[in-house]
Design a protein. Structure first.
Lengths: 622, 236
């Protein structure tokens, strides 16, 4: 039987998890890393790299490397105009349409770029299952998580990304809900739980009531454009301003600075001060170093942290609860490691938040549990989620008539009656919107459709019932029926910021045409992993305390020099994406250290024979 | 709103063709989930009597139990008819829970079921109920004065105090309405128990009139709150 997985498709990192014999676990790559950086890069001949390899290329080839693609999912060019100059890659698109991202020579939609990340996770899972001797390691179904505050277009884009990766998307579930499900596995977490999920690009707050194994979301709120990325950008902006750099011409420098500020941000979660340090700053001879204190950092990010508080208050209000009625506060997402964030959350809810589970992994684990529930039909747990935004249609004068209110438990439905304004009118235009504002123009346009095939009748006589159905994924479908004739009407919604089924089909076909390039990327990663292994083993040997003693006894100075030079060659080969070069240098180091390896082996055996305990010997060899 | 469907007592099972009572969710003969075609109302769907006083923890318990019976999660591998039935039944359950949980929505729903709905939508919202004309007139004058104070650069604390003074009589009146409604609801349930049809209709009519005023008062309060809280229109 083919496998199902749960996937956390994050702004910064993505993960894949599965449930094995009732126990959920996160799947790591060959080098033991569970986090896959959500970065995609195009090499020569449009070879696609995903993850760590793409992350390296962000410094060497930033214009062909895409990160934070999640921020573009289901959005239009006008939504991202303000921040696009900070991204090294190019985006384009027409106002009111889907964004296109330039990845090397290709122009791709955000679901296609995300599809590469999903395909990589799928491959990782299949490799793991195959390695463990599974007879059918194929992964063809998945539950994928999205921010709770994602609208219909963003959810649909995520589902399309799954389809493009060859996955049957069993369900789209909300990240905070998934996290709560993971926490709920141990039965001690009951009552009212607030999940504060502050990730790389999005912020969510969900209030849940957990009782009898039912995880009922009472309310949710958030901001799909607020996360650690914004903190990084503030720091980068500060430094770029101090240095007087123009980000448009200094893309490489901006990426180097970005990497340095992220490191400093991490350091500031542990220490009171840190250095923003760029060893090799493009355009500068000497390294760049800037001291930053936690106080300065907190002053800078305070407005961002404050922006997460208002959604929390609204979610409480919508749930009809006071902060003290919340039993537990759970933290999810990398940005909750920032001490100031924890402090503010504690201040708001009046209790210390907890994060017993790894905040990076908890969402993927919840997704895997939900996938398992769907496939096995086990009933001890049930998620009841809500739709984050009200759904409505545009009426006379551009005003929105709400049909399904925000925080309605899904699945949810609603219907609206339409009629005609002129005699023999056979079609009516309908505009669907999502949001809380009164005027249609202030809300998110989900799509438009023409209600056709209304039987010709005098004006006002037809009664067309349009039914809006939000399914358990939070995704909308529309049906219509003329009640006098009982004729079902054909409805084709043209999504405002999404892809039609035909477009998804076409992209699927195109993705097969690029399969060869993906194989090339795969091979580079394998070579790189091998190189890393031998590099680390060699470095470790050279660092041994007794190395000089061993070398003096068994190795010639010339031999040691050639090992060091082969090692240096390999280190520099690691910084470029050239598989042949990497393979050659890797092989060279392997050859240069062959004798060294024998020497080390013999030395260890002799030490053992000399009466040292097996444990001592073993721990050295490790 | 649906017309009174209480006359409907049976529904067909699309799978085995047998007849099932209207208020069950699974076919008694073949055990399949029933398509949501003919159905009763939210009360019968939850297995509750048509009373206005609802034990909310009990309602929640029923909601969870029914969710566990027909949530789409459990029909993932079922055929398309059953999947649709699960989707529709879950949707209806969720809508019903939302309606019955809130006392005001519950009352509005029951009034509609009994044929006592406000005749037109605008009756409930825009037309000032005659009983409240004087109050509304006064409030509008106060709000106007407050807006002028704001425009003239008055201190925010002073404006807030004025608004609070304007709010209080409305809030007090709303509280009176809610108390009277509560009394009527208790009365309605007792009459329902006794099968006292004629008296119950009088109660329903009285509740309808009170509810129109109550909704109006609640909207007025929301207006004052908007004024208090500054630009609430930016809320999304």
């Amino acid at each position: 039987m083919s496998k199902v997985v749960g996937i956390d498709l994050g702004t910064t990192n993505s993960l894949v998890a599965t449930v094995r014999e009732g126990v959920p676990l996160v799947l790591a790559d060959e080098s033991g890393d569970a986090l896959l950086p959500s970065i995609v890069s195009a090499g020569d001949h449009d070879t696609i790299y995903v993850g760590r390899e793409a992350q390296r290329r962000l410094l060497t080839d930033p214009t062909r490397t895409v990160y934070s693609v999640k921020r573009f999912m289901g959005r239009g060019i006008e939504d991202v105009a303000g921040e696009s100059r900070w991204f090294p890659f190019t985006i384009s698109g027409e106002t009111g349409g889907v964004v296109h991202i330039h990845l090397g020579e290709r122009e791709l939609t955000p679901p296609e770029v995300s599809g590469f990340i999903l395909r990589e996770l799928r491959r990782r899972a299949e490799t793991t299952f195959a390695r463990e001797g599974d007879v059918d390691p194929e992964v063809d179904r998945a539950v994928i998580t999205v921010p709770a505050y994602f609208n219909d277009a963003q959810r649909t884009a995520t589902r399309d990304a799954g389809r493009l990766a060859g996955l049957d998307v069993l369900r789209i579930i909300n990240e905070p809900t998934a996290a709560c499900l993971a926490y709920g596995l141990d039965k001690s977490h009951q009552g009212v739980i607030a999940v504060y999920d502050f990730g790389g690009g999005t912020f969510d707050i969900s209030i849940l009531k957990v009782e009898d194994g039912v995880f009922q979301v009472l309310s949710t709120n958030g901001d799909t454009h607020l996360g650690g990325d914004d903190i990084d950008r503030l720091l980068v902006e500060q430094i770029v301003a101090e240095l007087g750099l123009d980000p448009a011409t200094w893309g490489h420098a901006v990426q180097a600075i970005r990497r340095a500020v992220i490191q400093a941000k991490w350091d500031l979660s542990e220490f009171d001060q840190a250095d923003i340090l760029v060893y090799r700053m493009p355009g500068r001879a000497e390294p760049y170093r800037r001291h930053i204190t936690r106080v300065e950092f907190e002053t800078l990010i305070a407005p961002i942290v404050e922006r997460t508080m208002q959604p929390c208050r609204r979610a409480l209000e919508d749930a009809g609860l006071r902060p003290d009625q919340v039993d537990e506060v759970v933290l999810v997402g990398g940005s909750t490691r920032i001490p100031m964030v924890r402090r503010e959350v504690e201040l708001l809810f009046g209790k210390a938040p907890h994060s017993d589970l790894n905040p990076d992994e908890v969402v993927a684990i919840g997704a895997a549990v939900q996938a398992d529930i769907l496939v096995t039909g086990r009933r001890e747990m049930l998620l009841l989620d809500v739709t984050p935004l009200s759904l409505g249609i545009e009426t006379m004068g551009g005003i929105v008539s709400k049909i399904i209110l925000r925080n309605s438990t899904i699945p949810a439905g609603g219907s609206e009656m339409f009629t005609t304004f002129v005699d023999s009118q056979t079609a009516v235009d309908i505009h669907i919107l999502q949001g809380e504002r009164e005027m249609a123009a202030d809300n998110r346009s989900l799509g438009r459709f023409k209600l056709r095939g209304i039987p010709p009748m005098p004006a006002g006589l037809p009664r067309v019932q349009v039914r809006f159905q939000i399914d358990a994924n939070g995704i909308l479908s529309v049906h219509a029926r003329e009640l006098r004739t009982n004729v079902e009407q054909a409805i084709e919604v043209k999504p405002s910021y999404g892809l039609t089924d035909e477009e998804v089909e076409r992209m699927l076909i195109e993705s097969f045409e690029h399969a060869q390039e993906d194989v090339e990327a795969r091979m580079l990663i394998e070579v790189r992993n091998e190189a890393e292994t031998i590099m680390q083993a060699t470095e470790k040997t050279l660092r041994r305390q007794d190395f000089d003693e061993i070398a003096a006894a068994r190795l010639s100075p010339a031999e040691i020099a050639s090992i060091r030079s082969a090692l240096a060659d390999l280190v520099s080969a690691m910084s470029v994406s050239d598989r042949n070069l990497l393979q050659a240098k890797s092989q060279a180091l392997n050859d240069a250290t062959r004798h060294l390896a024998e020497v080390m082996m013999n030395w260890t055996i002799q030490a053992a024979l000399a009466g040292r305990t097996a444990d001592e010997v073993a721990s050295e060899g490790r | 709103m649906q017309p009174d469907t209480s006359a409907v007592t049976i529904q067909p099972c699309k799978h085995c063709g047998s007849q099932a009572p209207v208020d069950v969710h699974f076919c008694p003969r073949c055990d399949r989930i029933l398509t949501l075609g003919r159905h009763g109302d939210y009360f019968t769907f939850f297995g509750l009597p048509r009373r206005l006083q609802v034990d909310v923890p009990d309602l929640e318990q029923r909601f969870r139990a029914l969710s566990r019976q027909f949530h789409p999660d459990y029909f993932y591998n079922a055929n398309s008819t059953e999947r649709l039935a699960s989707l529709e039944r879950s949707s209806y359950l969720n809508d019903g829970f939302r309606t019955l949980r809130e006392p005001v929505e519950r009352l509005e729903y029951l009034l509609k079921l009994e044929g006592f709905a406000p005749k037109e939508a605008h009756e409930a919202t825009s037309q000032v109920p005659p009983e409240l004309l004087e109050e509304v007139f006064e409030l509008n004058e106060q709000l106007e004065a407050i807006q002028q104070m704001r425009a003239g650069g008055a201190a925010e604390a002073e404006v807030a105090a004025k608004l609070e003074a304007a709010r209080q009589p409305i809030q007090a009146n709303l509280d009176v309405h809610e108390r009277r409604l509560n009394t009527l609801m208790t009365q309605h349930d007792a009459q329902w128990e006794r099968g006292d049809v004629a008296d119950r209709r009088v109660t329903l009519e009285a509740m309808r009139a009170l509810l129109v005023e109550r909704t109006y008062l609640a909207n007025l309060l929301a207006t004052v709150r908007r004024e208090l809280g500054g630009d609430q229109a930016a809320r999304v």
